[in-house]
Design a protein around this ligand. Structure first.
Ligand SMILES: Nc1ncnc2c1ncn2[C@@H]1O[C@H](COP(=O)(O)OP(=O)(O)OP(=O)(O)O)[C@@H](O)[C@H]1O
Ligand SMILES: [Mg+2]
Length: 255
């Protein structure tokens, strides 16, 4: 459903994303891990058609980000790490606005907004202006906004950043429910507990390159570490950018 094909994005001499290939199937949750600056946001933004790849490409279903960006946009829900909301709108007005941008209207739009408002616990502040919401309240509205058109692929850049345990739990339950509905979900995070809880597969980016890929359990086993946090450290510290090392941690072929 989601596929990166040897995607590279450079900024001058910097290879922010360097030959990234990966696939996320329907009904699969894939976590993208990597230290600050590893290229996670850049990769997700290329997939979301917000930045053009320098070479290579990404697809959602059969739609290529280079050739059919509008088709890609209709098929994805994209949550940016720092997404502004329109401060003067209430959450309900905001959701209706984005629904209309996706050509929704009438009872279908109203029903979807009511469903999302309920699902993300937005009801208590549904008529408050977005500019006055707390971080966690605003984040829930941002997630709901990304989903208003019920897209088959979800791309979430640090969806639980700044959330308390309860708000995080709302997002986890939602991601699991969407997986069960057959959606393909690609998210980035720095929270290892969240990866162990949610992710079917994990990809580790370091210096723009995918240095390891597999189930959380397989990465732990391959590195011989006792948990995913330690496995992650071993993978990114073992990756010093030189060739010929770490053959045992190279990405697996997708099943
Ligand atoms: N518009 C830009 N112009 C120049 N360099 C950029 C630009 N956007 C990103 N970069 C650089 O590309 C690299 C990857 O950045 P990116 O934001 O993708 O990392 P990230 O993995 O999302 O990090 P974090 O965990 O901190 O969110 C960084 O070195 C960053 O400085
Ligand atoms: Mg980022």
């Amino acid at each position: 459903m989601i596929e990166f094909q040897n995607l590279t994005k450079t900024y001058g001499p910097l290879r922010a994303v360097d030959g990234l290939s990966l696939r996320v199937e329907r009904g699969e949750v894939y976590a993208l891990l990597g230290p600050n600056g590893a290229g996670k946001t850049t990769a997700l933004r290329c997939l979301a058609t917000l930045q053009a790849p320098t070479s290579g490409t990404a697809l959602v279903g059969d739609a290529d980000v280079r050739e059919q960006p509008l088709v890609v946009r209709a098929r994805i829900g994209f949550l940016a790490a720092s997404m502004g909301l329109y401060e003067r709108l209430t959450p309900v007005e905001l959701l209706e606005y984005f629904g209309r941008l996706h050509h929704m209207e009438g009872p279908a739009l109203e029903g979807r907004v009511a469903e999302l408002t309920h699902m993300f616990g937005i009801t208590p502040f549904a008529s408050q202006r977005c500019g006055t919401l707390s971080t966690g309240q605003a984040q829930r509205v941002s997630v709901a906004r990304a989903l208003v058109h019920d897209p088959p692929a979800l791309i979430l850049d640090e969806p639980t950043m700044g959330l308390d345990v309860l708000s995080g739990e709302v997002i986890y339950r939602f991601i699991e429910a969407e997986r069960d509905r057959g959606k393909a979900i690609l998210f980035s995070t720095h929270q290892m507990a969240e990866v162990e809880l949610l992710a079917d597969r994990v990809g580790v980016l370091s210096g723009g390159r995918l240095v390891a890929e597999g189930t959380p359990a397989s990465l732990i086993e391959r590195t011989g570490e006792r948990n995913l946090a330690r496995a992650f450290l071993a993978l990114v510290q073992g990756d010093d950018g030189s060739e010929g090392e770490g053959e045992d941690i190279s990405p697996e072929e997708p099943a």
